[in-house]
Write a protein that binds this ligand. Structure first.
Ligand SMILES: Nc1ncnc2c1ncn2[C@@H]1O[C@H](COP(=O)(O)OP(=O)(O)O)[C@@H](O)[C@H]1O
Ligand SMILES: [Mg+2]
Length: 719
């Protein structure tokens, strides 16, 4: 017992104090809204003349216009922050969630009907108890029965056997009622589960689909584990809410309502006194919710951070082991886990208080009802007798139960809404911009110029719509021009500065430079992983921003630094290059990349199952598969980013022929750290800190004897 420190009285007190302290700033932010209104009106009073003529809202705007830009920005930020903290978000999330569930209207109606029926049966079942009590009372009182609630009872003498028979009749009715009600519950539980599972699956699908459209920048700033937790924990919370709460709330409302009516009939005086306690219960719910709601949000966030760390740890397990980082990792995780635990304890303990407090109020309430009821029986007030009182009390306890279960749902609701908000946050993140309307098409030359066609002779062309609705076609040649591009991942830190490059169709241009010079960034910009703010990149004279992203990427083949293999067979991994490729084409592509030889040696050849990210391959083999993908894709433009960096020099020499074949007739942008592979480029650009410091052919740069010369000769020293 002593181990469970949070439960000792002092700790408990300390915890409540802590939470109270934590709760203050949260709630303190709320009144800030009226406070802002007062500032606005204070500004208004400075122009009383205006104030009389113009409507209120306009004056507020005028006051805004008087602000300096910085003030405005500050105000804007404050507003934003307030918006974030406002429970309005939770309301919005609730509305949206209801939208998802409302898709299953028919099922929900059936569930509601079943729940209402079971509730009615439950309430009526209890009614049957009254004549049973009356019979028993009659037996005890020597055969003088007094009343009957359902009119089945006949006044008169009664002996034990007749009483038993009568009671059995009632019990039979009750048994049937309960069997029916159980059947109905089974039915609605089944429907409800189906609705829940479907809704949750839909949420997961939407989340996943949305992720596909998010810009790379989103993944730069969000850890995988953190994103994952939205699919798991957050979705689960929503699932718990949907499956449990809907039937519970309906049944509680129906049962509570019916019970209330019956109680009013039996004794309106005691019922009114008992209902007074309701107000108290509602106040408790409101108070606890306002404290819990932000806590639950924080709890979900802390959990996301924990998951993010775990994911990072697993991905970097080798580095962790090599650098003996285990203890540090453990310590860091302990910290995150502890933060998660602390907020979890806080949120759940306070949330957990709700049930017991409400039960306590309900019990005290019940005790009051018993006392007053007893008084009524003794004094004969309101025609109260023992049988009436017992029946009334059985309803009264059910009444408390209904309220407690509604309160229980409420705490599930706030926790689920915290999850739902996090799910919607992802769904509301805008897609990467893709407003281009230039498409890729296959054309043949006709009498009237180019015509779209599916013929084997068809060639790829850009389909450029004009403002008047007409379209123009230009063949995809792969002329790439980078015009005065300046780019920064993080504002203020330019990684590419005033870059201008011309890569004519069919030529090979190489970028070289030290690590971090900005070479990979150029490929990121050409395939529009990131948007360019300054300068532009064109392909065949068309700004890449005007081209539909899919089509832009379809006109190029990339061999990127991050290989990105999936847990599938080797064959399917190569097929990523072109989804409609035949098996023979896959083998041919693998041969070009010189991957065929090693694939053949694998136990299952092309059907060898790769594990996630190709961990069961060597880095060089993974790169060869990546090259095979590009070979299969066979696009007019080829971008190679250190495509052979992990391949040994002998293999590199072996694939040289294949690479030449791969590059033949294409516009090639090549980034290589091994300068032997760039030697025969038409143009070589040496990058340093995002700037081109040297440009020219291999021989010209060697003759120059500067950076390129150093890199080149340095290489020879290394090998
Ligand atoms: N996603 C990113 N977010 C912020 N900075 C980045 C990102 N990717 C690269 N950088 C920075 O941009 C610079 C250039 O990186 P990169 O183009 O990858 O260099 P390299 O020439 O080695 O390929 C580096 O200083 C790196 O720190
Ligand atoms: Mg790089």
């Amino acid at each position: 017992m002593s181990e469970k420190t949070p439960l000792t009285p002092e700790n408990n007190a300390a915890l409540t104090e802590e939470t109270a302290a934590a709760a203050v700033p949260e709630t303190a932010e709320e009144p800030a809204i009226p406070a802002e209104e007062t500032t606005v009106s204070a500004e208004e009073t400075t122009t009383p003349a205006d104030a009389e003529k113009k409507p209120r809202r306009k004056r507020g705007k005028k006051a805004d216009a008087d602000l300096t830009p910085e003030e405005k920005e500050k105000k804007e930020k404050e507003k934003e922050k307030k918006k974030k903290d406002k429970p309005k978000d939770a309301k919005k999330a609730a509305k949206r969630l209801i939208g998802y569930i409302a898709d299953h209207k028919r099922g929900l109606i059936v569930v509601a009907l079943c729940v209402i029926l079971t509730s009615v049966i439950g309430a009526v079942g209890a009614l049957i108890m009254k004549p049973v009590y009356a019979i028993l009372e009659a037996v005890v009182n020597g055969g003088e029965a007094k009343a009957s609630a359902v009119g089945i009872w006949v006044d008169g003498k009664i002996n034990g056997d007749v009483a038993m028979q009568e009671i059995l009749k009632y019990l039979l009715v009750m048994a049937i009622a309960y069997i029916v009600s159980t059947a109905l519950s089974l039915l609605y539980t089944r429907i409800m589960l189906k609705i829940t599972v479907t809704t949750v699956a839909q949420l997961r699908r939407e989340l996943f689909n949305h992720l596909q459209g998010l810009p790379i920048g989103y993944f730069d700033s969000h850890k995988v584990g953190e994103i994952m937790s939205r699919f798991t924990s957050d979705v689960n919370r929503v699932s718990d809410l949907v499956s449990d709460s809907f039937p519970t709330i309906i049944s509680a409302v129906v049962q509570g309502g019916m019970t209330l009516v019956i109680m009013l009939i039996y004794s309106w005086q005691i019922t009114l006194i008992m209902t007074g306690a309701l107000v108290l219960i509602v106040l408790v719910i409101i108070a606890i919710t306002s404290i819990c709601s932000p806590l639950f949000k924080k709890q979900q966030k802390a959990m996301g951070e924990c998951n993010g760390y775990i994911e990072e740890y697993i991905m970097g397990i080798k580095a962790v082991k090599i650098f003996c980082y285990e203890d540090r990792s453990k310590a860091q995780f302990r910290e995150l886990n502890e933060a998660y635990r602390r907020i979890g304890v806080k949120a759940n303990i306070i949330g957990g208080f709700m049930g017991p407090i409400i039960s306590m109020i309900a019990r005290v309430n019940y005790a009051i009802a018993v006392s007053i009821g007893a008084l009524f029986v003794v004094n004969g007030t309101g025609g109260m007798d023992v049988a009436r009182l017992v029946t009334f009390l059985s309803y009264a306890s059910g009444y408390g139960g209904s309220i407690a279960s509604i309160a229980g749902c409420y705490s599930a609701l706030i926790s689920a809404l915290a999850g739902a908000e996090r799910i919607f946050e992802v769904l509301d993140t805008p897609f990467e911009p893709d407003e281009g309307n230039v498409r890729l098409a296959k054309v043949v030359s006709g009498i009237m110029g180019y015509e779209e066609s599916d013929d084997d002779t068809a060639v790829a062309a850009w389909k450029i719509p004009a403002a008047d609705g007409s379209v123009r076609y230009t063949p995809v040649e792969g002329n790439i021009q980078v015009k005065d591009v300046t780019f920064a991942y993080v504002e203020g830190k330019n990684v590419i500065k005033h870059l201008t490059v011309d890569v004519p169709s069919g030529k090979k241009v190489a970028f070289v430079g030290s690590t971090g010079a900005g070479k990979t960034t150029i490929t990121n910009l050409i395939n529009r992983f990131y948007e360019i703010e300054n300068g532009e990149i064109t392909i065949d004279g068309i700004n890449i921003k005007d081209i539909k992203k899919d089509d832009l990427r379809h006109s190029m083949a990339f061999v990127l630094q991050d290989v990105g293999l999936f847990a599938d067979t080797i064959k399917e991994n190569i097929r990523y290059g072109r989804l409609d490729a035949t098996d023979d084409e896959i083998v041919a592509a693998a041969k070009v990349a010189n991957a065929h030889a090693f694939i053949e040696k694998l136990p299952d050849g092309y059907d060898t199952q790769l594990r996630s990210d190709g961990v069961n391959l060597s880095a060089g083999q993974a790169q060869l598969l990546n090259i095979a993908r590009a070979a299969l894709a066979d696009r007019p433009v080829l971008v190679l980013d250190e495509a052979t960096s992990s391949v040994d020099t002998r293999t590199e020499r072996l694939i040289e022929h294949g690479m030449d074949q791969l590059m033949a007739g294409k516009t090639v942008l090549v980034i290589a750290h091994r300068l032997s592979t760039v030697r025969n480029s038409d143009d070589i650009l040496v990058l340093e800190n995002g700037e081109v410091i040297e440009e020219g052919s291999h021989q010209a740069l060697i003759d120059l004897g500067q950076k390129y010369y150093q890199l080149y000769t340095g290489m020879f020293e290394m090998t």
